[in-house]
Design a protein around this ligand. Structure first.
Ligand SMILES: NC(=O)C1=CN([C@@H]2O[C@H](COP(=O)(O)OP(=O)(O)OC[C@H]3O[C@@H](n4cnc5c(N)ncnc54)[C@H](O)[C@@H]3O)[C@@H](O)[C@H]2O)C=CC1
Ligand SMILES: O=C(O)/C=C\C(=O)CC(=O)O
Length: 355
């Protein structure tokens, strides 16, 4: 028997190879005249081409987006937008650049056009993250939801294979946790399963041929679906562990998701059998945790926290932080489960298959 509440976010999505050419039209459709283009330093050449294509519609370029959005960077970008008279922001890049756009929108209300070039999914969510004095806080606000999203798989062809695989598994993590979320609903479940299946098809093909446009399109389609799930329902143990490891120990975002997901799923397996069956089906495997582990390992992604910058000496503190303010999870993980979480982290640290 169905019993749910679902809020649909007001957002326009333009999807397709070459759809970047519609950017000027989409800025017009927002009623905006001058866009501040945002990017990371690494993506400046790509962003310069986008700004050039906008001509007089481009107010300027800010190229200092970094992971986890330091408040100082957000302030600088916001000030620049004001000085240049920008009335919208174009975020070209992954979750870090979209996150910078969100930080600008949070205080200024400037509409954002997001052009995602990774599979992180931030463009589909009203979730923002900001880091101040080394502490990352996240929140939800409808103002930060990008008003328009342009998904152009051509732009993700340059995403290195390693980051393509880990970012794809970051997306899969949103869908996997969505399938056992307490506030999920049948439409989100369909999106989640389809999103996981699309990414599971696409990632091995991208590893073989990074420029494969059909595979890039499939991966971005999967990322769109998984991002939609993240934006609509609550996340659980896996995201809590990743925010702890990323936020307090500065581990790289997509990689940490990739290493932790099989272990978080194993922890939840008995408490969420229907979700596990759907994840396994989408991945073409028998067991959800094992299938995620194999997807990572077989495509050259890291499977051990020790290989992505975690120190053994920090595992105890990570377990303490993770259980101190637990999220809702199908299997509770408060202070009483601290030893089980510590054991999970040890397996993830060593790169053992999920227990
Ligand atoms: N608020 C939300 O809903 C979400 C926020 N996030 C946040 O996003 C951040 C991580 O975002 P990611 O996308 O994983 O990484 P990222 O945005 O930091 O990008 C990683 C690197 O890849 C480069 N890159 C991106 N696309 C490229 C392309 N097509 N070709 C070549 N290089 C490319 C970037 O310039 C950067 O150097 C974290 O801070 C995370 O917390 C992630 C997911 C959801
Ligand atoms: O930390 C944020 O900026 C907000 C959400 C996420 O990063 C989601 C995720 O862990 O992929």
């Amino acid at each position: 028997m169905h019993d749910f509440i679902h809020t649909t976010h007001p957002q326009r999505v333009v999807f397709g190879a070459g759809s970047l050419r519609h950017l000027a039209r989409e800025i017009d459709a927002l009623g905006a005249k001058k866009a501040l283009v945002l990017c990371t330093p690494e993506q400046r050449p790509q962003a310069e081409r986008v700004a050039a294509s906008l001509g007089a519609q481009a107010a300027g370029l800010f190229d200092r987006a970094v992971m986890h959005v330091p408040v100082e960077t957000a302030r600088e970008a916001r000030d620049l937008a004001r000085r240049l008279g920008a009335d919208c922001a174009v975020a070209l890049g992954g979750g870090s650049t979209t996150g910078l756009g969100k930080a600008i929108a949070l205080e200024s209300g400037l509409p954002i056009v997001a052009i995602p070039t990774t599979y992180a999914g931030s463009e589909m969510t009203p979730i923002y993250g900001l880091t101040e004095n080394g502490l990352k806080k996240t929140g939800k606000d409808p103002r930060v939801l990008p008003r328009t999203v342009i998904y152009d798989p051509e732009l993700s062809r340059t995403l290195p294979v390693g980051l393509s695989v880990t970012s794809g598994i970051n997306a899969i993590a949103h869908a996997a946790e969505g399938l056992y979320a307490q506030d999920s609903n049948p439409v989100m479940d369909l999106m989640a399963e389809e999103g996981i299946a699309a990414l599971a098809r696409a990632l091995p093909a991208i590893r073989l041929e990074p420029g494969d446009l059909a595979a890039r399109s499939d991966a971005l389609y999967g990322a769109w679906l998984c991002g939609g799930v993240l934006g609509a329902v609550g996340m659980a143990l896996h995201h809590k562990l990743c925010h702890t490891l990323g936020g307090s120990f500065n581990l790289p975002h997509a990689e940490v998701h990739t290493v932790v997901l099989p272990h978080a799923l194993a922890f939840n397996a008995q408490a969420a059998p229907r979700a596990m069956a759907r994840i396994a089906r989408a991945l073409g495997g028998v067991s959800a945790p094992a299938a995620v582990f194999a997807l990572a390992r077989d495509n050259g992604a890291p499977v051990a926290l020790k290989d992505i910058g975690m120190r053994a000496a920090d595992l105890d503190r990570a377990a303490d932080i993770a259980v101190a303010n637990p999220y809702w999870n199908p299997r509770p993980f408060g202070p009483a489960e601290r030893d089980a979480i510590r054991a999970l982290l040890q397996r993830a640290f060593d790169g053992e298959p999920p227990g």
